[in-house]
Ligand binder design. Structure first.
Ligand SMILES: Cc1cc2nc3c(=O)[nH]c(=O)nc-3n(C[C@H](O)[C@H](O)[C@H](O)COP(=O)(O)OP(=O)(O)OC[C@H]3O[C@@H](n4cnc5c(N)ncnc54)[C@H](O)[C@@H]3O)c2cc1C
Length: 429
């Protein structure tokens, strides 16, 4: 058994790196353990990172961090089988860089974060999986990794969705096909200039497109396309239950999404350089487990701290913020010399005061709302059908937009259902 550390953080994703960095910077002896060959090697995100939380931890991080492009074009696109209707929000990119969205590639980004932990004085070990927890007098007192027992006063489990350590500590989230989504993603290489021309963005400017509808063949989920410096991130995120019940596979959905007319021309000529799949917690507040026990705190996806509202899938900021809150909790507990569950209970308070639990609470009806099948087939089809009629001039007397809408809705959705869905949307997205 080694001499041990004050704190062990397991998992060098954003949650673990943020926790370890905060602790190291405060002069606390911390070990960050990561199972992959290097931090980020196997991690998956769409991914857009909104800068505010990281900027709080590392001011003006964008000057140094390996971010790809600053997103100033946001598009929401509804897809039917052959057409699309989009809302395109474009700005000149002159807003505050601190709160902007940045596209990131995790293999570069997480590696950089782990490097910052080392620079701050933390120890980082990669290629080492935490397999178990050390229990002493009923409390967690360290981890077992690579056959070695490493004691610590407190462990922060930031080992992602399906956290082994949280389960072992009785803090697991209870994944089920209805509360978890599967993300499948390709990175498609394209020349920088081609990306800037196709997406109408300037140097270092970026676009983020979110799709709903035929990208998932009309089942619970969505698609995304983000611009990186010299590649695109294209993917689908689909509820696991919807995949099982409809006998669909994420890889097949992604392949057909890539062929959709709204996407085909954007990815044309690109070469797939990376393919990955990952689960994302999607059960909202109800899925969040107890967040701490004697000698241990859980952060990020390991505690299901992800916001999925249909308007956004935001996990990176929730991971960073919960990692920072876990570190702050450890500092408070250390001052009192109390790492029992009482000493660590400040974690719930800190998360409750931040957007993390406030957003999950405010949008707690979102998972139920997102289970409405009309969102993924009826409404995208309606929007595309209506747009088709509006832009059709066939030599016949014309109808008003409302008459066209009523005709399009006939047999697909009643006005009553539409109003009820709009009322539900009002409270959830
Ligand atoms: C397809 C997809 C698209 C997404 N898009 C976005 C997006 O655009 N924006 C956004 O904000 N969020 C997005 N998310 C969600 C976001 O990626 C996650 O919420 C976020 O990565 C969670 O960070 P984390 O640090 O908690 O966990 P992770 O990033 O999963 O990191 C966990 C780390 O722990 C390591 N680990 C696991 N087990 C062990 C062990 N036993 N021992 C040692 N190390 C271990 C892993 O290797 C990993 O490095 C997306 C997710 C997916 C799957």
């Amino acid at each position: 058994m080694s001499d041990g550390f004050e704190v062990i953080v397991v998992g060098a994703g954003p949650a673990g790196c943020a926790a370890a960095y905060s602790l190291a910077r405060a002069g606390i002896e911390v070990l960050l353990v990561e199972r992959a060959k290097f931090a980020g090697a196997k991690n998956v995100t769409g991914g857009v990172l909104y800068g505010s939380v990281l900027n709080g931890l590392m001011p003006e991080f964008w000057r140094e961090a390996p971010v790809e492009r600053r997103v100033h074009r946001h598009i929401i696109s509804l897809l039917s089988e052959k057409s699309s209707v989009s809302i395109d929000y474009n700005t000149d990119g002159s807003g505050s860089p601190a709160s902007a969205g940045y596209t990131v590639l995790r293999a570069k980004f997480d590696r950089w974060l782990a490097q910052k932990v080392e620079e701050a004085g933390g120890m980082v070990i990669t290629g080492s999986r935490a397999d178990d927890l050390i229990m002493e007098d009923g409390r967690i007192a360290g981890i077992v990794a690579g056959g070695d027992s490493i004691p610590a006063k407190v462990v922060i489990a930031a080992d992602g969705v399906n956290s082994l350590l949280a389960s072992k500590a009785g803090l697991g989230v209870g994944l089920s096909p209805g509360n978890v989504n599967q993300g499948v993603k390709e990175i498609i290489s394209l020349p920088r200039q081609t990306i800037e021309d196709r997406f109408n963005v300037g140097a270092d400017g970026g676009a983020a497109i979110h799709y709903l509808g035929f990208c998932t063949r009309g089942v619970h989920g969505g698609g995304f396309l983000y611009t990186n410096q010299e590649s695109l991130s294209l993917g689908v995120v689909v509820q696991l239950r919807a995949l099982i019940e409809n006998r669909l596979r994420g890889v097949e959905l992604l392949a057909s999404f890539k062929e959709h007319p709204a996407v085909r021309e954007l990815v044309k000529g690109g070469t797939t350089v990376e393919y990955s799949a990952h689960l994302v917690p999607a059960g909202g507040l109800r899925m969040v487990p107890r967040l701490f026990t004697d000698g241990m705190l859980v952060a990020g996806d390991a505690a299901a701290l992800v916001l999925a509202t249909g308007r956004a899938l935001e996990g990176l900021n929730f991971a960073l913020a919960s990692g920072i809150a876990a570190a702050e909790t450890v500092k408070l507990a250390r001052d009192k010399g109390d790492f029992s569950r009482t000493g660590l209970s400040q974690y719930a308070r800190l998360l409750g005061e931040s957007f993390v639990l406030q957003d999950l609470s405010h949008f707690q009806r979102a998972p139920q709302f997102l289970d409405n099948p009309r969102l993924y087939s009826t409404y995208p089809d309606l929007a595309c059908g209506l747009a088709g009629k509006v832009f059709e001039v066939d030599g016949q007397p014309k109808m008003t937009a409302w008459e066209l809408a009523k005709a399009e809705m006939k047999g697909k959705v009643s006005l009553w259902q539409l109003v009820r869905d709009a009322m539900a949307a009002r409270k959830t997205i």
